[in-house]
Design a binder for this molecule. Structure first.
Ligand code: PGA
Length: 246
């Protein structure tokens, strides 16, 4: 097996149709087969993950992901899906603590409990952390991030991924400077351990992906809006392949 040096995660949020999800999964998988070392993870609306998984070849390069999970295995939690159910449906990764879910009330303690549930089910958590615009402007990025990182220190550093997603960069077309991204990623590793891959997310697109993915502390990208079209994801994948050391 080729060592993964870059993760590209497509977060479709609440977008797409079953037909579009299946077609995209098959097309992206074909592209990924030609790019060893890049692990693609597709997180469509969760009910389309299983049919997409079933439509992929048995030796698919693409992994399926979910956008959240519940922290308990089963029970009276209307509308929720457990990590074990995701695993049973072919899901290998789960995004946790996305700022859009934190805004709906997800707490740091819940993020850790969900990560532990995911790991117990054999699913790799992708834990999102990020600061608000106010924190960024006041120079409070590290303080804001520390509150989200500290609870994660109970997790095995080799078992999960971090996505650094400044809240103000998500869907806005704005990004921190390249130096800021690299510095924050390096600092996150100094807090959690250097074994944790740290991906960048927030307005990644086909124009800025090369520069962001070339940063030494960046291990990949979590892409929202620009992931919805296979052509822009193909361009971001090409940028991932340009990375030094490939
Ligand atoms: P964006 O979203 O790429 O549209 O900014 C990223 C995310 O929310 O994960």
């Amino acid at each position: 097996m080729n060592r993964v040096h870059t993760w590209l995660i497509a977060n479709w949020k609440m977008n797409g149709t079953r037909a579009r999800v299946l077609a995209y999964a098959i097309e992206w998988d074909a592209l990924l087969r030609a790019t060893p070392g890049v692990q693609g993870v597709f997180c469509p609306p969760v009910l389309f993950a299983e049919p997409a998984y079933a439509a992929l070849p048995a030796d698919a390069a693409l992994a399926m992901g979910a956008q959240t999970c519940h922290m308990l295995e089963k029970g009276a939690f209307t509308g929720e899906i457990s990590a074990a159910m995701l695993a049973d449906s072919g899901v290998g990764y789960v995004i946790l603590g996305h700022s859009e879910r934190r805004a709906m009330g997800e707490t740091d303690a819940q993020v850790v409990a969900k990560a532990q549930a995911a790991l117990a089910a054999g699913i790799t958590p992708v834990v999102c952390v990020g600061e608000s615009l106010a924190a960024y402007q006041e120079g409070g990025t590290r303080t804001a991030l520390m509150a989200q990182l500290q609870p994660l220190q109970v997790l095995d550093t080799a078992a999960y991924l971090i996505a650094y997603e400044p809240i103000w960069a998500i869907g806005s077309g704005l990004t921190p400077t390249l130096d800021e991204i690299d510095a924050v990623h390096g600092w996150i590793k100094s807090v959690l351990g250097s074994a944790v891959p740290v991906l960048y997310g927030g307005s990644v697109n086909s124009a800025n992906a090369s520069a962001i993915l070339a940063l030494s502390e960046v291990s990949g990208a979590l892409v929202g809006g620009a992931s919805l079209e296979i052509n822009s994801m193909a361009a971001i994948l090409a940028a991932a392949c340009e990375r030094k050391g490939m």
